[in-house]
Design a protein around this ligand. Structure first.
Ligand code: OOG
Ligand code: NI
Length: 416
């Protein structure tokens, strides 16, 4: 019997192999990441594994997918539950500048032991077709019609996922089938794309076209974890790979690593086939998929996060001067200000790693990889919230702070 965590590890590894075949630059990124991690571990043997064992970090990936409807989101939740991944957090990317017409959550393990085994997470976005700032009534009707006619996940895949979730795993042949099928639904399709429809959606938003302009979904990027992202950025640039212009998130500084720092290489032109109005099929290309890399730090409490957001707003280019002045400069300081989460097993303090995402960085990643920019709208949008997303998904969307807080509390033991 393959237990759920083994299924998850195999799924992450299979997606990584597939994405490496599809996007060769991703393989370069993974190679350079592994070199940076080995060098960092050699240079800092005592501290390198403070936020996760090298085994965990080497296998660690996050992916991103985009779906069109609540019912597709519901199926995604069924599928990922089979890998022990549950929705955590609510991200409204429509509030970003420029706005992206999606709301998102991240599917990931929530139990600390499961995270230690393999923390694979998938940032999952759902198109908000009812948002009038993007789609007028007519376009919404067409879009909803198009989306309702497609099936992203075959029934056999969803029933294997349900069985894995119910039984805590699958027998060997079923496990094999589950991982293979689950990987293949995220492969880039070679079905011809209806060019007229795709371009019409692209006028509104490149992300809308990527989601609603095609008949299937695909992994949009896959992200390894690196221990020194500044070093990684320099080494990738030296290899001639065009990275986006900066590292998103907190600045490089001498204090503790917090939250998440990310960077990516630009979306690459990939060959796609297009169906033209006269019924003929032609070869072309689209730029939607890219490579991203991230460094993870300590999870911040709501007040720590507030300070982080304040500093980022005050100085978006985030020179480290402001941080040196204002941000707690050590784990002791973070603890004293209750700005970050820690565990206290046997009285020993250990930081809790941030397992989630940052909407501003996510928007930056979306934005820097779009061919066209989305215009800004001022009308107010449709209501979407953590609870309405939960209703669509048909299960609870966990509050990340609650998970970190509980982990901290449980480590302090019952004597408190
Ligand atoms: C998701 C972008 C968000 C991240 O790491 O912040 C993301 C997307 O492009 O679909 O993956
Ligand atoms: Ni990402």
């Amino acid at each position: 019997m393959a237990e759920i965590h083994e299924l998850r590890s195999r799924f992450a590894a299979a997606l990584s192999r597939m994405y490496g075949r599809e996007v060769p630059e991703y393989t370069t990124l993974v190679d350079v990441t592994e070199q940076v991690n080995a060098d960092f571990l050699a240079a800092h043997p005592d501290t390198a594994e403070r936020l996760g064992s090298i085994g965990r970090v080497t296998a660690e990936r996050h992916g991103a997918i985009r779906v069109g409807t609540p019912s597709e989101m519901h199926d995604v939740a069924v599928l990922f539950a089979g890998f022990g991944m549950y929705p955590v957090g609510f991200y409204d990317l429509r509030e970003a500048t420029p706005p992206v017409p999606v709301v998102s959550t991240a599917f990931r393990p929530i139990d600390p032991d499961e995270l230690a085994r393999n923390p694979f997470r998938v940032f999952t976005s759902m198109l908000t077709t009812s948002d009038r700032r993007f789609f007028d009534a007519d376009l919404q009707r067409q879009l909803d019609g198009f989306l309702s006619r497609r099936r992203l996940f075959p029934d056999v895949l969803l029933s294997l996922a349900r069985r894995a979730a119910d039984d805590g795993g699958l027998d060997a042949p079923q496990a094999q089938r589950f991982v293979t099928l689950a990987t293949s639904v995220f492969e880039l399709s070679h079905e011809p794309v209806d060019l007229g429809w795709y371009r019409e959606l692209e006028q509104v938003s490149a992300v809308a076209a990527d989601i609603g302009g095609v008949g299937s979904t695909h992994i949009n990027h896959l992200t390894p974890r690196v221990l020194d992202i500044d070093d990684l950025y320099a080494r990738m640039s030296a290899r001639g790979i065009a990275m986006i212009d900066r590292i998103q998130g907190p600045p490089r500084w001498d204090g503790p690593a917090v939250l998440l720092r990310q960077t990516s290489f630009r979306a690459l032109a990939e060959p796609r086939r297009f169906a033209l109005p006269d019924g003929s099929v032609t070869d072309g290309e689209l730029r939607v998929r890219f490579g991203e890399v991230e460094a993870r730090g300590i999870a911040l409490t709501p007040s720590g996060r507030e300070l982080y957001d304040e500093l980022m707003d005050a100085d978006p280019s985030n020179t480290k001067g402001l941080w040196d002045k204002r941000f707690p400069a050590s784990e002791d300081e973070l603890e004293k200000h209750e700005a970050a989460y820690f565990t206290y097993h046997g009285g020993v303090r250990e930081p809790i790693v941030y397992e989630d995402f940052l909407p501003k960085s996510a928007a930056g990643i979306f934005r820097s990889n779009l061919d066209t920019d989305t215009p800004t709208f001022d009308a107010s949008g449709t209501e979407f919230s953590r609870s309405s997303l939960a209703a669509a998904i048909g299960r609870d969307v966990h509050d990340p702070y609650e998970l970190y807080r509980r982990q901290q509390e449980q480590s302090r033991g019952p004597e408190r």
